[in-house]
Write a new protein. Structure first.
Length: 276
């Protein structure tokens, strides 16, 4: 999906499918609500990999590296809705924030069967309206259905404990932690990791890709851009952000940021300057 973050200011993208995805770890410039229905799937998000079960709901923010890994040809079925935080703010009231679960850092929750039936019903209606817009009132139909979906999502997140079921090998967990702790160092690389963990770099890359569907180099770049986005949202200028996130070449930082996010760092700042 090609997008710029501005496209999600007043619009929503949503889909339902059972196609095998192009598996790769990635970042969005928007929020995502992801409902899992079936499949032999481990889902990586925020440094953990979850063996998903039917009816589990993921709240994915615009800075979290995420993506599925499939372990069989079993049907992989899910719903996904993407939207900007600004759009949800416009639908929220003074008493009720539709961003509640995202703001509280809730990552994953299990829906009850009753809530799951309602969620599937609302999502099917919304996707039909999105794909086959009504001649009259399409915008209000979409916003009304999205409001119902987010209300149900936040209510379910309040009433259910986060399901923690990380399935990453210990060596991968250790590598992820080491990357997080050394991300600002421009020396961080596959060779650097191989030396630290006393393993051949080719071996480390192979098991990393088997577990996460991404090379170590790709993951380091995604992690640095994820951190860079956070710095920019907090008001850091582009030059400081470049070096704080581990890049030692300004031009390379600009190119990498745009390649991953679809916008330049300055465009990203402009988009978020009015963010709450």
């Amino acid at each position: 999906m090609e997008y710029l973050i501005e496209h999600f200011q007043k619009n929503v993208t949503c889909y339902y499918n059972t196609d095998k995805p192009n598996i790769t770890l990635h970042l969005h410039n928007h929020l995502e609500l992801f409902l899992f229905l079936q499949g032999d799937c481990h889902y990586f998000i925020d440094g953990k990999s979850y063996n998903l079960k039917r009816g589990q709901l993921l709240f994915i923010n615009n800075n979290q590296i995420h993506g599925p890994t499939l372990f069989s040809d079993e049907v992989y079925e899910r719903f996904s809705i993407h939207f900007s935080p600004q759009y949800l703010e416009s639908l929220s009231s003074e008493k009720t924030s539709l961003l509640k679960a995202f703001d509280e850092g809730i990552l994953l929750t299990q829906l009850t069967e009753e809530a799951l039936e309602k969620m599937i019903y609302f999502m099917k209606l919304m996707i039909h309206e999105y794909q086959h817009p009504s001649f009259y009132g399409n915008d209000l139909q979409l916003s009304s259905l999205l409001t119902q979906i987010l209300l149900l999502s936040n209510q379910s997140a309040n009433s259910a404990e986060e399901v923690s079921d990380s399935r990453l090998p210990q060596l991968i967990t250790d590598i992820l932690q080491f990357i997080r702790e050394n991300l600002s160092s421009p020396d961080l690389s596959l060779d650097y990791l191989a030396q630290h963990f006393a393993h051949n770099g080719i071996y480390l890359n192979r098991i990393f890709k088997q577990s996460l569907g991404s090379t170590i180099y790709q993951y380091i770049l995604l992690s640095r851009i994820s951190v860079a986005k956070r710095y920019l949202e907090k008001g850091q200028n582009v030059q400081n952000t470049c070096f704080l996130s581990g890049f030692n070449d300004y031009s390379n930082f600009i190119r990498t940021f745009k390649k991953i996010t679809g916008v330049t760092p300055k465009q990203y700042i402009m988009t978020f300057k009015k963010k709450r």
